[in-house]
Design a binder for this molecule. Structure first.
Ligand code: NDP
Ligand code: X2W
Length: 325
């Protein structure tokens, strides 16, 4: 039996990636697509390569009062624009919010799927983590749970591809001439992802994350997030790798590697790569994490969460290999 799903924000980068994954999903059937400016166009008009079975589906104007019969809705709307409308979606329709409006909000589970799948299974309102948080938290979780680093002294140096800003990123920073052959730090001291990262670090460690520092950088590539995390701790490299291998032993999507991960390893997939280099004498642990911002960072983890919410195998529709090169 198929599960009837919808995507609001389908014309965007996150929504479009969700469509690509759902088109190949064994149990999900896309029956509803919605948006604002794209309303009235067919999927084939926006995505010329869309599979034939979806080509004629017309994007509706987003209206939670006019939904067809649905089991599950993926919301991929600009942060700040989804809370009011999603509150009007009937309770029986499950929702995965890819945007930032419901992270640690009442009634919603924070959907860090690789770390706590049991919290997500069977739930009906799940908030996807942001792309930097999932790359960071998947990498830190084994160290925090095993008390291998101090939670209060973590510095996150992050790099992101331009698609992290979405298609709607009309900001002049995101044009070709501004991004090609260029590197830009941004969001210093108060990036919007700080609270969800601090709260999760505190939950995993039972300590304070008060000293957290996070600086993202925009780099001239389309997809990918790399986080390099500077931590205080006396563990060896081998102890960090062993902790991660044990923590993720039965998890499908997290790969623990001896060598530093690269963004291309994850492109087009729901994979998360983690690795570590530590020097106990210098009280230093360097932890590294890679995801595709549109995969694990958005639509991939959204589908993983939807599988858990629907009682499906967690890997359904997500077992394709990454793109290479
Ligand atoms: N890009 C990324 O790597 C990641 C993004 N996210 C989050 O996912 C969400 C979507 O991001 P992204 O796909 O990149 O953004 P885009 O700018 O690419 O897409 C935004 C989408 O929202 C739709 N939209 C905007 N306003 C409205 C409205 N009032 N009613 C209905 N639809 C509307 C647009 O539809 P239309 O074209 O029809 O107007 C478009 O489909 C954001 O919250 C973002 O922060 C999270 C993790 C990673
Ligand atoms: C390059 C770029 O702008 N990236 C986005 C992250 C995308 C993301 O994870 O978005 P939400 O948390 O809003 O869902 C940013 O730094 O805000």
């Amino acid at each position: 039996m198929s599960i009837r799903v919808g995507i609001v924000g389908i014309s965007g980068f996150g929504g479009g990636e969700a469509m690509r994954l759902i088109a190949g999903h064994p149990a999900f059937e896309l029956v509803y697509a919605a948006g604002e400016g794209s309303a009235g166009s067919r999927l084939v008009d926006r995505f010329p390569g869309v599979p034939q079975k979806l080509a004629g589906l017309v994007i509706e104007k987003w209206d939670p009062a006019a939904l067809p019969q649905l089991d599950l809705l993926f919301a991929s709307l600009p942060t700040g624009t989804s809370a009011e409308a999603l509150a009007r979606v009937p309770d029986e329709v499950k929702i995965v919010d890819i945007g930032g409006d419901h992270r640690y909000a009442d009634g919603w589970v924070y959907g860090l799927a690789d770390v706590w799948p049991a919290r997500i299974a069977g739930r009906s309102r799940v908030a996807n983590p942001g792309c930097f948080p999932v790359a960071t938290l998947n990498t830190l979780a084994p160290l925090l749970v095993n008390r291998l680093i101090e939670p209060g002294n973590i510095v996150i140096d992050a790099k992101t591809g331009i698609s992290g800003a979405g298609r709607g990123g009309a900001d002049a920073r995101f044009g070709y001439a501004d991004t090609n052959e260029n590197l830009q730090p941004y969001g210093l001291l108060k990036h919007v992802h700080m609270p969800e990262m601090a709260r999760t670090i505190e939950g995993l460690s039972a300590g304070s994350a008060a000293g957290l520092v996070f600086t993202p950088h925009l780099v001239p590539m389309t997809r990918g997030v790399l986080v390099t995390l500077y931590c205080r701790g006396r563990a060896t490299t081998q102890e960090c790798l062993d902790a991660a291998r044990s923590f993720y032993a039965d998890r499908a999507f997290v790969r623990v590697t001896d060598r530093p991960p690269q963004t291309k390893w994850a492109t087009g997939s729901n994979l998360s790569f983690v690795s570590y280099a530590a020097d106990p004498e210098r009280n230093l642990v360097i932890a590294m994490g890679v995801v595709d911002n549109l995969g694990k960072g958005a639509a991939g983890q959204a589908v993983q969460n939807a599988n858990l919410m629907s009682g499906l195998p967690e890997t359904a529709g997500l077992d394709g290999a990454p793109l290479w090169p």
